[in-house]
Design a protein around this ligand. Structure first.
Ligand code: ADP
Length: 323
């Protein structure tokens, strides 16, 4: 079994190799992602255990190698050029055998990485130090375990044609009704795709006022979060525009409070609620641009999900007119 739990670590080795070749934060993110994937597969890591005085020549063992929650094992440590001390782990027995012969044990990857938060003097874990090495810093390990991105944050407004429920994004917005208990249009599609647990969570929210927003988990969606906002029914009054603007503004604010950095909006109110699409697009784009301008350092990717080509063309027209 241990073999299975190690052989799949190839994806980590490949991601590290790509990082060596290309460098850059995207490649770094891919390494973090590979570790996360392997943790969910219950993978293991190979840990060398030895007396510090028998450590191989290419390494300078740290004094009094720590235990770091891994029972009473004495862990092999190494020191990087900058003087930092690292525990050592290998993705495979083959990687371990590239160094001098040591006794090894295999330990669940998740335990090894979770142990890093208790490191006092160690900077992190040196993965495969005899091959294509990766210095997995304590900070990066914690980000990886928390599922946080390591990629840079950027501000962008994008457009997508298609079904919002299929989007691979952190958060999608639902054009809900004030009951938050599901309905037609995009609301129905989101509830169907997310599954009945969404309805259960929504029941506990006790509705939502027009222009306001509430957040739930994404359940069966690729999106981790759903922000439910209630658009105004169009009457041609000035308050309609204010309420529609509030939907976008409050959703973006709620996203920020939840550390969300990518969000997709449907064309709120433009279906059953009858808001003219061009007017609605003008408001949506103005709020999005305004929000980004006032949160320049936050990094938010805002996607307008257009269910059809017609809606997409309307956004593009409004964008041109306001350029
Ligand atoms: P509202 O009640 O706020 O008008 P609707 O769901 O009726 O909400 O429509 C809002 C917009 O969402 C409409 O432009 C509709 O074409 C669009 N829409 C419907 N289903 C989807 C979907 N699966 N993905 C993205 N947009 C959708």
């Amino acid at each position: 079994m241990a073999e299975d739990r190690l052989s799949g670590n190839r994806i980590i080795e490949e991601a590290i190799a790509a990082l060596h070749e290309q460098g850059g934060v995207q490649a770094l993110d891919a390494v973090a992602e590979a570790f996360r994937k392997r943790i969910s597969d219950n993978a293991e890591l190979v840990i060398p255990v030895m007396q510090p005085e028998t450590a191989v020549k290419s390494m300078r063992p740290g004094k009094g190698a720590g235990t770091n929650g891994l029972s009473d094992l004495r862990l092999l440590q190494m020191q990087s050029d900058d003087g930092k001390r690292w525990n050592v782990a290998f993705t495979s027995l083959e990687e371990a055998s590239k160094g001098e012969k040591t006794t090894t044990v295999t330990i669940p990857m998740e335990n090894v990485l979770r142990g890093a938060k208790d490191f006092k003097q160690e900077a992190g874990i040196a993965i495969n130090p005899f091959g294509k090495a990766f210095l997995f810093s304590k900070e990066l390990i914690e980000k990886t375990l928390a599922g946080e991105r390591t990629a840079p944050l950027e501000n962008k407004i994008l457009f997508d044609i298609g079904d919002i429920t299929k989007m691979d994004i952190e958060c999608i917005v639902n054009a809900a009704n004030s009951s938050l208990l599901g309905g037609g249009g995009v609301d129905g599609a989101i509830h169907r795709a997310a599954g009945k647990e969404l309805l259960e969570e929504c029941r506990e929210l006790h509705g939502c006022k027009t222009g306001q927003a509430k957040i739930t988990k994404g359940y069966n969606l690729k999106a981790k979060h759903i922000i439910h906002t209630v658009g105004p029914v169009y009457h041609g009054k000035e308050s309609d525009a204010q309420l529609l603007a509030a939907c976008y503004q409050n959703s973006l604010e709620l996203a920020r409070q939840n550390n969300i950095h990518s969000i997709a909006f449907p064309a709120i109110s433009t279906g059953i609620y009858g808001y003219p699409k061009e007017e609605a697009a003008t408001i949506a784009l103005a709020v999005a641009a305004g929000w980004i301008a006032t949160h320049k350092d936050y990094g938010m990717v805002i996607v307008f999900s257009c269910f059809d080509r017609e809606t997409y063309d309307i956004y593009q027209k409004v964008l041109k007119e306001n350029a």
